[in-house]
Design a protein around this ligand. Sequence first.
Ligand code: COA
Length: 204
Amino acid sequence: MPFFLAVEYHIKHYDLEQGALEIQYIEEYFGEFPRKKTATEIVRRLEGRAHIILLATAPLPDDPGSVVPVSFKVAHEIKHPETEPKLVDLMHRLHEYVHFDGRRVLYTWIGGTRRDWRGQGFFRALTEQQELWAIEQGFDEIVVKTKNKFYDMRGTLDHLRFEVVKYERNALDNAESKVYLSKKLVPETISTHRSAKTVVQMPV
Ligand SMILES: CC(C)(COP(=O)(O)OP(=O)(O)OC[C@H]1O[C@@H](n2cnc3c(N)ncnc32)[C@H](O)[C@@H]1OP(=O)(O)O)[C@@H](O)C(=O)NCCC(=O)NCCS
């Protein structure tokens, strides 16, 4: 009989003020992305709309007494009608592929796992927690945007059962082409979840 070592993920669900600071802090560890979000930008985007800021923590391998944030995921509702210009633009690009009218749509804005902790299920655990929350909040669908060149993210979204709803070709460089994906939320979505986790509301 196969033996599986049960991993329990530790997730923190943050309020806006503290969460924005935590995200600004963890983004410093993502050297590959030059445009990092500041806490001010995060607050400005999330204020006044339903949102969720999740972080997973883990011990440092060479200093297990120190627990650090290793993975994060930030999502927010798309309002209908929407006023934020970037989201108005997103809705316009997706209007043929995602139904916004009379439905609650959650947009996964930013997220990632620090390099040394990738491939260990942290992002799946955060995604499952986000989906659980979204279903509880009455959301119907989760939308996310990436680029052709973000191979790790595309592979991950594939595993997490997101479906491509639109591909926007960049005429100069196909690697820069945008890929829009979505996942419809249904009660059965929860039965596909498999990460064991503890979730702490922050601040405690
Ligand atoms: C994409 C990213 C968030 C994945 O995080 P992670 O914590 O390593 O993901 P997980 O370990 O939770 O993996 C989740 C699933 O995706 C799969 N997966 C992870 N990385 C993958 C890759 N590079 N290729 C294919 N599948 C991958 C895992 O096998 C797992 O599938 P399973 O649960 O069915 O076994 C991480 O690689 C990252 O932060 N990359 C840089 C961020 C980025 O590309 N941003 C682009 C802007 S959108």
